[in-house]
Design a protein around this ligand. Structure first.
Ligand code: IMP
Ligand code: MG
Length: 178
């Protein structure tokens, strides 16, 4: 285990198995559609890289940039769009790919942006979903894992731009973020 971690919540093997299941489910649901995966930078690129290679149906992918956290373990509340999509998604079926659904503010901002491009359908696939009460909730179609409301890192998720490369999902030791 990485020395900065307190616990491992999800192992590499558990993650791989779940991503395979999700890909199968998505492949089935979208077989008569025109799928485009849109991952949210930067956290979701690892998840998307695994998901896209496990999907056997014809599809495209793109990325959007959104950022809200900075060097903190609590959401700042302000979502900034830093990059729009490049490909034409009009009349296509967009599946937003996110690393973690926390307050839902990032997803709301990204959904508002994507709708402006005129997709046929728009759904959300999040690798992690934090169990907590929220003032409002967006419908999330696919959830990899439901986790407790703790700050986690790995598999794309960072603390101050580190730990994204860990192959597991872990909880950081308190002393790491002081
Ligand atoms: P939301 O807008 O509050 O839903 O936050 C979503 C974004 O915050 C995610 O895309 C992550 O980048 C970041 N985030 C939320 N929770 C965590 C966490 O536990 N670890 C690392 N990043 C997180
Ligand atoms: Mg982040």
């Amino acid at each position: 285990m990485h020395p900065d971690l307190e616990t491992v919540l999800l192992t590499k093997e558990q993650i791989e198995q779940r991503v395979t299941e999700l890909a199968r489910e998505i492949g089935e649901d979208y077989k008569d559609k025109n799928l485009v995966l849109v991952a949210v930078l930067k956290g979701a690129i690892i998840f998307m890289a695994d998901l896209t290679r496990k999907l056997t149906l014809r599809h495209s992918y793109d990325v959007v940039g959104a950022s809200s956290y900075g060097k903190s373990t609590v959401s700042s509340g302000q979502v900034i769009i830093t990059k729009d999509i490049d490909i034409d998604i009009s009349n296509r079926d967009v599946l937003l790919v996110e690393d973690i659904y926390d307050t839902g503010r990032t997803m709301k901002a990204v959904c508002d942006l994507i709708w402006l491009h005129g997709p046929n359908t728009l759904e959300i696939c999040t690798f992690l979903y934090k169990e907590k009460s929220r003032p409002s909730d967006l419908p999330v179609k696919y959830i990899g894992f439901r986790i407790p409301d703790k700050f986690v890192v790995g598999y794309g998720l960072d603390y101050d731009e580190h730990y994204r490369n860990l192959e597991c999902i872990g909880v950081l030791k308190k002393q790491v973020y002081g």
